[in-house]
Design a protein around this ligand. Structure first.
Ligand SMILES: [Zn+2]
Ligand SMILES: [Zn+2]
Length: 461
C-alpha cells in the first residue's frame, strides 16, 4: 500500500509542473505563437508577476537568462536564450515551446535577425481589432522583414498611428493594444499597400521559414544545410563561367564564410542566396545539395546583384540617386565616370541602375556625349590626376585654378582647355562631397523606410 502510494506520489511529482500546462498555439503552422506571447498569456492566466517568473527561470537556467530586459527577446538563437526556453518548457511542461522561437535555425542563422538594426515591436492593426480571448501574437510578427499581415494583408506596423512612437514590449496583454505614450488604440490606421512581386516573395519565404521552426523536431537543423548549399552555389557559378565580377566575389565570400563557419548568415543573407538561386527557403532547408545545382542558375532574373540589400545599403543607394540628380543639375563642365563620382557612397551601381533608372541613364547619356571612347579614357585619367592636384598643397600661397590647370595639362599632356574643364569638374565633385553633405543626403531617407523605398522600385534587371 505504502509502495503504491509512493509510486503514485513520484508519478505525480514527475508530471507536476510549476506552471499550468498551457499549450503553445499554432504548433506546426506558419502562424505559430511566439514565446513572448506565450509567456504573456501564462502570466495573464496565472497572475504570476513577471519578476517572479524571471527569478524562477534564473534559478536553474544558465547565467544571463534571468535578465528581465532580455526576457522578451526569445528568438532562442544563442545559448542563453535557448537555456531560458528550455527552462520555461520544464516549468510549464510544454515540450513544444521552442517551436515558438527560431530555435530550429539556431545552428544556421546569425543572432542578428533584425534587418533594421534593432528589434521594434510590430503588429497588425486588424488582428488587434479582431482580438478576443483566444488571440495570440504569432512568431512571424517578430521578423521585421515581413511586410504585411499573413491573415489580413494589411501593412505590419511598428509605430503609433497618431504620435508615431515605437511601442514597448510589455507582458501586460491589455496594454499591448494601446499606445503607451498617447493612449491611441493600435488597432486603427490599417493600410493595404500595393506591393511589388519581390516583396510578396520575401513574405512567402518568411512564412516557410517560420513553419519550419514551428514543426517539432529533436535537434536544430545542422549548419551543413547552409555550407553544402553555399559550396554547391560557388562550384556551379565557376562552371557556368559567370562574367560578372561583383557577383563572383559575392558568391566567393558567401562560400568562404560558410566553409570557415566564421559567419552565420543573417535572415537577409539566407533570403538573398535563395533569390540568387531562384529557389524557396523550404527547398533550401529540405535539399540543400540538390537545389544548389546548375538547373536554375541562369534562369532567375535576380542574378545580377543581391536582391535584398541591408537597410543601410538601401539608404546609401537612395542618397546616391539624389546626389546624382543634384550633381547633374549643377551642369558641371565635365562629368566624371559614375563609378568614380559615387565612390564615397559605397553602393552596387547595378542596384542604383535598377531602382533609379531615369537618373542613371540621364547621367550615362551625358557622360558618353563628352567624346569618343578614347577621348573619354583620356579625360578619365586626367580627372583622376586632377583630384590629386586639387588635394596637393600649393607651394606658393593660395592654390590658383589657372596654375593648377597648367600643371595638370603638363602632367597629362592634354590641352589647357581640357585640363581646366576636368579640373572644374573635380573641384565641383570635391565641394559637393563633404562629409556633412553626404550625411545630409543619407539622412534624407530614414533607415526604416529605406528598404521599402528600395523594394518598391526594384524591377529586376
Ligand atoms: Zn492581421
Ligand atoms: Zn501614440
Amino acid at each position: 500500500m505504502n509502495s503504491q502510494r509512493s509510486i503514485a506520489k513520484s508519478d505525480l511529482k514527475a508530471r507536476w509542473t510549476v506552471l499550468p500546462p498551457l499549450k503553445l498555439k499554432g504548433v506546426g503552422t506558419s502562424l505559430v505563437e511566439s514565446v513572448p506571447s506565450y509567456v504573456a498569456r501564462m502570466l495573464w492566466t496565472t497572475g504570476v508577476p513577471l519578476n517572479h517568473l524571471v527569478r524562477c527561470v534564473a534559478r536553474r537556467a544558465i547565467p544571463g537568462s534571468g535578465s528581465s530586459t532580455t526576457f522578451m527577446v526569445s528568438e532562442a538563437l544563442n545559448t542563453i536564450a535557448i537555456s531560458r526556453v528550455e527552462e520555461l518548457e520544464s516549468l510549464s511542461g510544454e515540450k513544444d515551446l521552442r517551436c515558438g522561437s527560431l530555435w530550429a535555425l539556431s545552428e544556421i542563422m546569425s543572432y542578428k535577425t533584425n534587418v533594421y538594426g534593432e528589434y521594434k515591436r510590430r503588429w497588425c492593426p486588424q488582428c488587434y481589432e479582431d482580438w478576443d480571448s483566444n488571440s495570440y501574437e504569432p512568431l512571424v510578427w517578430r521578423v521585421d522583414l515581413l511586410g504585411v499581415c499573413p491573415r489580413h494583408q494589411c501593412r505590419m506596423e511598428c509605430t503609433c498611428p497618431k504620435c508615431g512612437k515605437f511601442q514597448r514590449d510589455t507582458y501586460q496583454l491589455d496594454l499591448r493594444r494601446t499606445c503607451w505614450a498617447c493612449g491611441t488604440s493600435l488597432s486603427t490606421g490599417a493600410i493595404w499597400p500595393k506591393r511589388p512581386d519581390f516583396a510578396h516573395w520575401v513574405d512567402e519565404q518568411i512564412m516557410q521559414l517560420i513553419e519550419f521552426c514551428a514543426t517539432p523536431r529533436a535537434v536544430p537543423a545542422p549548419l551543413s544545410i547552409y555550407t553544402d548549399f553555399a559550396m554547391g552555389l560557388c562550384i556551379n557559378a565557376k562552371r557556368s563561367g559567370r562574367r560578372d565580377t561583383v557577383m563572383r566575389l559575392i558568391l566567393k565570400d558567401i562560400e568562404r564564410h560558410a566553409r570557415r563557419n566564421s559567419r552565420r548568415p543573417t535572415l537577409r543573407s539566407l533570403l538573398n542566396v535563395c533569390a540568387l538561386q531562384g529557389i524557396s527557403v523550404q527547398e533550401l532547408l529540405c535539399a540543400p545539395r540538390q537545389v544548389s545545382g546548375p538547373l536554375l542558375f541562369d534562369q532567375w532574373p535576380g542574378m545580377s546583384y543581391l536582391p535584398l540589400p541591408s537597410a543601410v545599403h538601401a539608404q546609401r543607394i537612395h542618397a546616391a540617386s539624389r546626389y546624382l540628380e543634384d550633381f547633374l543639375a549643377l551642369d558641371p563642365p565635365f562629368l566624371p565616370p559614375m563609378n568614380i563620382l559615387l565612390l564615397c557612397f559605397h553602393i552596387q551601381l547595378l542596384a542604383l541602375k535598377d531602382v533609379a533608372a531615369d537618373i542613371f541613364h540621364a547621367y550615362e547619356e551625358r557622360y558618353l556625349s563628352q567624346g569618343s571612347r578614347s577621348r573619354l579614357a583620356c579625360l578619365r585619367s586626367s580627372f583622376l590626376c586632377a583630384r590629386r592636384v586639387l588635394i596637393h598643397p600649393c607651394r606658393r600661397g593660395f592654390p590658383n585654378l589657372n596654375r593648377q590647370a597648367e600643371r595638370l595639362a603638363r602632367l597629362m599632356e592634354v590641352s589647357l582647355q581640357d585640363a581646366t574643364m576636368v579640373l572644374e569638374g573635380a573641384k565641383l565633385m570635391r565641394e559637393t562631397q563633404t562629409e556633412e553633405m553626404i550625411e545630409k543626403y543619407r539622412s534624407g531617407l530614414p533607415l526604416r523606410s529605406a528598404l521599402d523605398w528600395f523594394l518598391e522600385r526594384r524591377r529586376f534587371l
